[in-house]
Design a protein around this ligand. Structure first.
Ligand code: C5P
Length: 142
């Protein structure tokens, strides 16, 4: 399979403003049972032939009803990706909403804006907790 057609998981750290992030958006999953009730950075899987950034824009439109501008990628330790429990890896971008009010339309039953200094206050999926902890560390801590 060419890399172009490989499934990857993409997600966004949606913040109130890209140039000086204070609030971070967390979304609570409803499925699968093992992850239901845990919080994630919203996103999902790429479809065959879909570029990762396009997949992310689509997922955020479908799941939250928002259009976003993507900022820089938040690089993880695996070739820039973050490890997941499965064989897949996660690619993460900063993002800022440019249109719409986020609502849990699909896959989530709640969303929450986490204030500065409280980005670790929800029960994140372990992979997301690792990434958010590192984001906080790189920013100099809460
Ligand atoms: O959202 P979706 O079910 O398509 O995501 C595929 C898998 O990627 C999930 O089962 C979950 O384990 C993982 N994931 C994650 N963190 C995210 C998004 C997805 O760990 N922010």
């Amino acid at each position: 399979m060419s890399p172009k057609h490989q499934t990857c998981v993409v997600a966004a750290a949606i913040v109130d403003r890209l140039d000086r992030p204070a609030r971070l958006l967390a979304a609570r999953r409803t499925a699968p049972p093992a992850l239901a009730g845990q919080w994630e950075l919203p996103g999902g899987k790429t479809e065959p032939g879909e570029a990762p950034a396009d997949a992310l824009l689509r997922e955020l439109r479908e799941e939250l009803g928002v259009r976003v501008r993507l900022g820089a990628q938040i690089t993880g330790p695996l070739d820039g990706h973050w490890p997941l429990a499965s064989a897949l890896t996660l690619r993460l971008w900063w993002a800022e909403i440019v249109d719409g009010e986020p609502m849990p339309l699909q896959d989530h039953d709640q969303i929450r804006w986490l204030e500065a200094g409280r980005w670790l206050d929800v029960a994140w999926i372990p992979a997301d907790r690792t990434a958010v902890s590192e984001m906080v560390r790189r920013a100099g801590g809460p």
